[in-house]
Write a protein that binds this ligand. Structure first.
Ligand code: 2NL
Length: 353
């Protein structure tokens, strides 16, 4: 009778702890069954065999009941945990509020969105370059100041006497593209660039976006239309004044610098019509010698190119006053000037047009 009660108690145990308490009470070192087994020694042999067999049956039933209860409680615990941890995958994403997109990345994404809409593809290339791709192919003469030790990061000389450089602009990617494919070419090239320069307005590492268009009849009118459209889209001003000013680069002829309208009333710079001008881009028609160096016949093809510094236009658009803060990895700065990960630049959401 007592056995049936215990088996029932085991089957009803509400928790693993309660079950363990019952096991100790019966099978523990001083458990009722353990003590009864111990007392067998005092019985005469016949009696011992009979009671011993009975106690063994009791022990087997209890052990089986305990094992069954352990499985039952384990299942119940798992079911409870699964119910508690159930994830509703249809709920909206809970934004953790931590990460931000760096203003340099955001600005590059914006520029890519604008030129992407005009049919440009993005091209990328190595930061460590051959002298040929960074200088020679671009018609930059050996005595040009840009080539000097003082202005360019050179790697140690190689056994054959040549030296690799940290690219000083992203143009070598355009050179590589022209050597790899025939026109039509329509690319923009964002990326890191390096110059031996470090003060309040120069960083040894900075970012550029350059663009290149080559086709049979690409002309200065295309250059102008393309860059006027870009300036207005980037600053979000349909009537932004844009002017082209003659300039000089070894890799373009003719060359033009691009200014946008601004005002400087009371020492505060404001982009837009205001009678004053601010330089933001360099551009020009690709020099025939550069086309030749890059395996393109200048009698058949012509094109235009342009380049701009990302930090500079990001500072103008987003009112960031100090260049050096871009690379300090200050989380408070990033929370203030950074962008939400889902704030993806595009022309169809109104923020760029
Ligand atoms: C500036 C001026 C410029 C280019 C970059 C270029 C590239 C090739 C051929 C011809 Cl492969 N030109 N790039 C042309 C004109 C200006 O950048 O002020 N950049 C920050």
């Amino acid at each position: 009778m007592e056995l049936d009660d215990t088996v029932q108690e085991i089957a009803a145990a509400p928790s693993p702890d309660a079950l363990e308490a019952i096991r100790i009470k019966v099978l523990g070192r001083r458990g009722s069954l353990t003590l009864a087994m111990r007392e067998l020694a005092a019985l005469d042999p016949d009696e011992r065999r009979r009671v011993g067999a009975e106690l063994n049956t009791v022990k087997e039933r209890l052990t089986a009941a305990l094992a069954e209860a352990t499985v039952r409680l384990g299942r119940a615990e798992l079911a409870e945990r699964l119910a508690g941890e159930r994830a509703d995958v249809t709920l909206p994403v809970a934004f953790s509020g931590t990460g931000r997109i760096h203003p340099i990345s955001q600005t590059i994404d914006e520029i890519v969105a604008i030129f992407g809409e005009m049919g440009f593809a993005v091209a990328e290339g190595p930061h460590i370059e051959e002298d040929f791709y960074n200088f020679t192919a671009l018609n930059i003469p050996p005595e040009h100041p840009a080539r000097q030790e003082h202005d360019t990061f050179y790697l140690p000389g190689r056994p054959d006497g040549t030296r690799l450089v940290l690219r000083t602009h992203t143009s070598p990617v355009q050179v590589r593209t022209m050597l790899a494919q025939q026109p039509p070419i329509r690319i923009i090239v964002p990326g890191r660039t390096f110059r031996c320069d470090h003060d309040a307005t120069h960083s040894p590492m900075f970012h550029q976006v350059e663009g290149l268009v080559i086709d049979r009849t690409s002309h200065m009118g295309h250059l102008k239309g393309c860059l006027i459209e870009f300036c207005r889209a980037f600053f979000g001003l349909d009537d932004l004044p844009v002017r082209f000013r003659p300039s000089y680069f070894p890799f373009t002829e003719p060359s033009a610098e691009v200014d946008i309208g601004c005002s400087r009333k009371g020492g505060e710079l404001k982009i837009g019509a205001g009678g004053d001008w601010l330089e933001i881009l360099g551009s020009g028609m690709v020099h025939p010698q550069v086309l030749k160096n890059c395996g393109i016949d200048p009698a058949e093809y012509q094109g235009f190119a342009f380049g701009m510094g990302i930090e500079r236009i990001a500072m103008l658009k987003y009112g960031i006053p100090d260049l050096r803060t871009f690379y300090e990895s200050d989380l408070r700065w990033l929370r203030h000037y950074g962008f939400l990960p889902l704030d993806v630049p595009s022309l169809v959401r109104g923020s760029l047009s």
